[in-house]
Design a protein around this ligand. Structure first.
Ligand SMILES: [Mn+2]
Length: 278
């Protein structure tokens, strides 16, 4: 039988709290394999969550060993996110952002070869989509090699996907291409959602556009039908549902994660002061 599992990514100890809430919610509905990919400075936090909820932890190589890696933190995350898909331990993988909350069984996701939630729009249907189309058009100036990719995506009415929740068969070639394209465009700080959008015309037959209930943001109209809620605007702590989920987590565990996260932040500050660089 094909192996199945859920992957998470933790690249900053500051996000350990959201990870705890997401894994806690997942474990109410799912009993199977879970792997947390963690950077060195996040490892202690990841280990606390992993011990409690029967997860595996895997180390991510230092970011400066990635070719074309850029210094800006957000885009490092972008590149790492596409890299860990290549290292998945499972034949069938569901990736969940740490800023998600699982509200129901997720087993149906494992049967999807390549699945993303479209952001509920084609590229010409809203102002957000207009911004997206502009971003894709701008890519033409990166390199003549990118121009045809950009052009065909614009003309093909490709939906813009969100990469907070997705599912893939590990041997699907799109997963490798996604990493290479993201790496190739890293210097231009192209977000991984955008690089995947550029690849969709190649894999349109294989991609299942999942029901938005699998990745519901509060503006989408699917919030109250959600199986997985996603808090991508980094304001989870202001949201009542997220705060309640946090308060439902074991108190000792919350404190352990908080303490580990604070220690990691201190270590980082000390290192910065010692070397004089950020
Ligand atoms: Mn997210």
């Amino acid at each position: 039988m094909r192996s199945r599992g859920v992957n998470y990514l933790l690249t900053s100890p500051r996000c350990a709290r959201v990870l705890l809430v997401s894994v806690d919610s997942l474990r109410k509905h799912y009993d199977g394999n879970v792997t947390i990919f963690a950077t060195d400075d996040s490892r202690e936090c990841a280990a606390i969550v992993a011990d409690q909820y029967r997860c595996a932890v895997r180390s991510i190589p230092p970011i400066d060993t990635f070719p074309n890696s850029v210094s800006y933190k957000h885009y490092q995350y972008t590149l790492v996110k596409t890299a860990i898909n290549l290292w998945t331990d499972y034949d069938s993988t569901v990736f969940l952002d740490a800023d998600t909350i699982v509200l129901g069984p997720i087993d149906a996701l494992f049967d999807v070869e390549l699945g993303f939630v479209a952001r509920g729009m084609l590229l010409d249907e809203s102002s957000a989509a207009t911004r997206m189309r502009r971003a894709i058009k701008r890519l033409r100036y990166c390199s003549p090699v990118v121009e045809p990719l950009s052009q065909r995506t614009i003309v093909a009415d490709i939906p813009w996907v969100n990469s907070g929740v997705y599912t893939f068969a590990s041997n699907h070639p799109a997963i490798r291409e996604w990493f290479y394209l993201t790496m190739g465009l890293a210097a231009y700080r192209v977000h991984e959602e955008l690089t995947f959008t550029l690849l969709i015309p190649d894999w349109k037959e294989d991609i299942t556009f999942l029901d938005p209930a699998w990745n519901a943001v509060h503006t989408s109209g699917y919030w109250f039908k959600a199986i997985i809620r996603h808090y991508p605007d980094k304001r989870w702590h202001r949201c009542g549902t997220w705060r309640r989920a946090w308060q439902q987590c074991n108190l000792e565990l919350r404190e352990a994660v908080r303490a580990a996260s604070a220690r990691a932040a201190e270590t980082r500050t000390a290192r910065t002061q010692n070397t004089g660089t950020a």
